[in-house]
Design a protein around this ligand. Structure first.
Ligand code: C5P
Ligand code: MG
Length: 192
């Protein structure tokens, strides 16, 4: 199995690139943000629990997010690998991920971060907000909060995997095609 974390701030293109990467490599795409939005759409207890955090651009508590991720992994045990998009968002989530994969005789193959300039992130998110219907993409102050949560709580996850020799950065500026070819070159190198 080859498990990849696609990493980067909100608006860095994780979802867009994940859709292409799973096609190319046969991985299972797990977006914790998409899972939360589906739960909210169905008004489940989990969705109701997550809603307030998501609407403010805050992080849902680690236990909730890790439990949801673990359930998803166990629903699909026989895939060539997982492509994690938007998870882990904290060092505690990263530690939990390593532990839960280890308990299943698996491991993280690599973390690949998309590097995008801050101003570009904000314009991409506001543009997405016009079509996605996501309220957290429509308000610049919520977007700025998400970026600040990212810098404070999520960026250390890069250092966590970097210390294990498992973190890589790809330039996330440019066209979808250009970025995809950089990412797939990186994945090909890692799989060799
Ligand atoms: O990944 P995405 O940007 O779609 O996530 C949307 C929101 O879901 C985040 O801003 C956050 O409120 C919540 N989330 C979270 N923990 C995660 C993933 C998403 O709290 N691991
Ligand atoms: Mg996304």
């Amino acid at each position: 199995m080859f498990n990849v974390i696609l990493f980067g701030p909100p608006g860095s293109g994780k979802g867009t690139q994940a859709a292409r990467l799973v096609d190319q490599y046969g991985l299972l795409h797990i977006s914790t943000g998409d899972l939360f939005r589906a739960e909210m759409g169905n008004n489940t207890p989990l969705g109701r629990q997550a809603k307030d955090y998501i609407e403010k651009g805050e992080l849902v508590p680690d236990e909730v997010t890790v439990g949801m991720l673990e359930n998803r992994i166990d629903e699909f045990p026989n895939v060539p690998g997982y492509l994690l998009d938007g998870f882990p968002r904290t060092v505690a989530q990263a530690e939990a991920l390593v532990g839960l994969l280890r308990a299943r005789d698996q491991e993280v193959g690599a973390l690949i971060a998309l590097d995008v300039e801050e101003q570009e992130l904000i314009s991409r998110l506001l543009l997405r907000g016009q079509s996605s219907g996501r309220s957290d993409d429509q308000d610049e102050s919520i977007i700025r909060n998400r970026l600040s949560v990212y810098r404070q709580e999520t960026e250390p996850v890069y250092n966590f995997f970097n210390a294990r020799g498992q973190a890589f950065t790809v330039n996330g500026m440019g066209s979808v095609e250009e970025i995809f070819s950089r990412l797939s070159r990186q994945v090909d190198t890692l799989k060799k």
